[in-house]
Design a protein around this ligand. Structure first.
Ligand SMILES: [Zn+2]
Length: 386
């Protein structure tokens, strides 16, 4: 298996292709834009263009370096992405374990290159990984002018805000790249990168794909039938990696569809007048692992946003267009106004902050539902957990 063709981002690729042809491509680039939009795919495209033997603003796709790049096998293209922290390893052993985990991940990518952009487990780019990058960067390249490092989700370089060593070690490499080493960082949250790293890399923003491109991508690359492709494409909001997350995985719902429905239950429980439902909903959550709730809260905000759009008389702006009738029913049986929904967003912010502080998830959920209920009914008072 090899990487699928790049979809969209034509203007950005043209700019990069021209810069490469004129040999003015910066040594460190930062691709940013929404999660799953194709930043890492464009980074691989650029790396392939740089190693291609016959580039014409596009990689030729046929020469041996191109073919190796497309199957993650080019010896001078080094792909790093956040990984779960290997258990029970430290020091040099951790550095080795991270490299083994990375090679396993690349092997998985070769067999299943199309994956949703969402993952349930916590991942990071640890100091051990940056040590591996540093030693690679000082080695002589195997067949190109210099090594190319693609570092995906670079904001996860600092998974623990209190230990910025990994980011600082990378910063040293970006400040003085050895030889002709190149770095392409990608991030959907560039504001979370250290300012010193941001300032070393030339930023390029990738924009959302249009619905037609995403639907065509799902049909042609993932073999999805047209009506399902259109449904997931709309929910993808311009991001093919996000759209993939809504597709069913075997018998089960896709990981993002699962979160979307769970978020729906949270808002539905807040809309119901039966407050005992809050506790049974909260007890359905595990008693630990609050950081895993953060993505869920993004979906709660999307349902609220849809409620506000409907309350303001703008049904065309709905994200969850497939649930229009339920949303309309909520509005017709309550007296929700758009400004009630606006104040409900504050409750979600509060819940997200508690999740970052790793408070018990069941407490966070019951507090969130209670606060949403008050906000949506026009009571501004909020319960506070400290
Ligand atoms: Zn080529």
């Amino acid at each position: 298996m090899s990487l699928h063709p790049v979809w969209g981002h034509e203007a950005e690729r043209e700019a990069l292709g021209n810069a490469a042809a004129e040999e003015i491509l910066p040594a460190a680039l930062l691709f940013h834009g929404s999660h799953g939009i194709g930043k890492q795919r464009v980074a691989h495209w650029l790396a392939q263009l740089i190693v291609c033997e016959a580039p014409l603003c596009e990689p030729c796709g046929a020469c041996p370096p191109c073919r190796m790049a497309l199957s993650f096998e080019h010896p001078d293209i080094h792909y790093y992405l956040p990984l779960p922290r290997p258990k029970g390893a430290s020091g040099d052993r951790l550095t080795e374990a991270l490299e083994e985990a990375r090679l396993t991940e690349l092997e998985d990518l070769r067999t299943t290159p199309l994956r949703p952009s969402h993952r349930d487990e916590v991942r990071g780019i640890y100091l051990g990984t940056v040590r591996n990058i540093r030693s690679q960067a000082h080695k002589r390249p195997a067949m190109s002018h210099g090594p190319i490092f693609i570092i995906g989700e670079a904001e996860l370089l600092v998974p623990q805000e209190a230990s910025p060593e990994a980011a600082n070690a990378l910063l040293k490499l970006l400040e003085e790249p050895p030889g002709e080493a190149r770095f392409i960082l990608t991030s959907s949250q560039p504001e979370r990168l250290l300012p010193t790293i941001r300032s070393r890399a030339v930023p390029l923003r990738l924009t959302p794909l249009n619905l037609g491109d995403i639907t065509a991508f799902l049909e042609q690359e993932a073999g999805v039938e047209p009506s399902l492709a259109e449904w997931a494409g709309r929910l993808g909001q311009g991001s093919p990696g996000r759209a993939l997350g809504f597709l069913p995985a075997g018998e089960e719902e896709g990981p993002l569809e699962r979160l979307r429905l769970r978020a729906f239950d949270i808002v539905a429980t807040a809309m119901s007048t039966d407050s005992s439902a809050t506790y049974s909903l909260a007890l359905g959550f595990p008693p630990a692992g609050a950081r895993g709730l953060i993505d869920l809260f993004g979906f709660v905000e999307e349902w609220l946003r849809d409620l506000a759009a409907l309350a303001a008389g703008a049904p065309k702006a709905l994200l969850n267009h497939d649930r229009l009738s339920e949303l309309e029913e909520w509005l017709s049986t309550s007296q929700i106004k758009a400004f009630h929904v606006t104040s409900a967003f504050g409750s979600v912010d509060q819940a997200r902050e508690l999740a970052r502080r790793n408070v018990n998830p069941q407490l966070i959920i019951s507090s969130l539902v209670g606060n949403l209920r008050k906000a949506l009914r026009g009571h501004s008072q909020r319960g506070v957990i400290t």
